[in-house]
Design a protein around this ligand. Structure first.
Ligand code: MN
Ligand code: MN
Length: 254
């Protein structure tokens, strides 16, 4: 299946999710807990609405699905979609306009297409392995390293030494979208060292950030490995330069 074909799938999903989800933006009813996800998080009503909308589209394609709230669906396909139906649910529920839909497509174990869609700004980020990263069809790159970088930083207290080396920290609450912002040069790094993010949260963001020139590592400095799991917990360090990577790794000192 061609990139063009997957892009049509992406747009189809985006429209479906947008029309089902956006009417509940900032509405407290969206926050009703209706289940516990496979990884132990609460599934809110809005997560379920978003997931059902996406699954309805993906199931019909006959592909395998690994999604945040439901876990794994094996349809015996060579294609697998890693899905975070709503990245930044808490922002959404609170009326904070920073959330996205995140989907990564793999053929066997190889990534072939990823998209992250931000409804509020109508931004569609895409990653096409070997071909680059795109924002609404225009090629994007990470920005040139600057002396006092701005990073998104999630910690439970570890590595706060990092704060001495950066100018600004942002904790925006939607990791997939933060990786997309790194890819378009709005951030210099995205760091989450809480052993908290799951492959479903970051799969699309990793592809898009890498295609935009980012280094995407685990907290040991190894290339991050995205498995087909909705429950595994990972650390992620994604940056626009080797130097910033070294600074962050030495601040963590594992
Ligand atoms: Mn989610
Ligand atoms: Mn998520």
């Amino acid at each position: 299946m061609s990139v063009k074909w997957w892009r049509r799938v992406a747009l189809d999903i985006v429209h479906e999710v947008e029309s089902n989800v956006m009417p509940l933006f900032g509405d407290p009813r969206a926050s009703k807990t209706i289940a516990i996800s496979p990884s132990g998080d609460e599934t809110k009503l809005i997560d379920k609405i978003a997931e059902d909308s996406i699954l309805a589209k993906l199931r019909k394609l006959g592909i395998n699905i690994v999604s945040e709230e439901i876990g794994s669906i094996n349809q015996g396909s060579k294609y697998t979609a890693l899905v975070d139906p709503l990245d930044g649910s808490y922002n959404f529920i609170s009326g904070i306009p920073f959330f996205a839909i995140s989907v990564a497509i793999f053929e066997e174990n190889q990534p072939i297409y990823a998209f992250i869609y931000e409804p509020i700004t109508d931004r569609l980020f895409e990653g096409i392995p070997g071909k680059g990263a795109y924002l609404n069809g225009e090629k994007i790159r990470v920005r040139e390293p600057i002396e006092k970088p701005a990073i998104s930083f999630y910690t439970r207290g570890e590595g706060i030494e990092i704060l001495n080396h950066v100018k600004r920290t942002r904790t925006l609450g939607a990791i997939a979208l933060e990786l997309a912002y790194l890819a378009m040069g709005a951030l210099d790094g995205v760091v989450d060292i809480r052993r908290y993010v799951r492959p479903t949260d970051i799969a699309a963001g990793v592809i898009i950030a890498r295609e935009a020139g980012a280094l995407v590592k685990d907290s040991n400095g190894n290339d991050i490995v995205v498995s087909f799991s909705a429950t595994e917990k990972l650390d992620i360090i994604a940056v626009n330069s080797q130097e910033l990577l070294q600074t962050i790794l030495s601040s963590i000192k594992r």
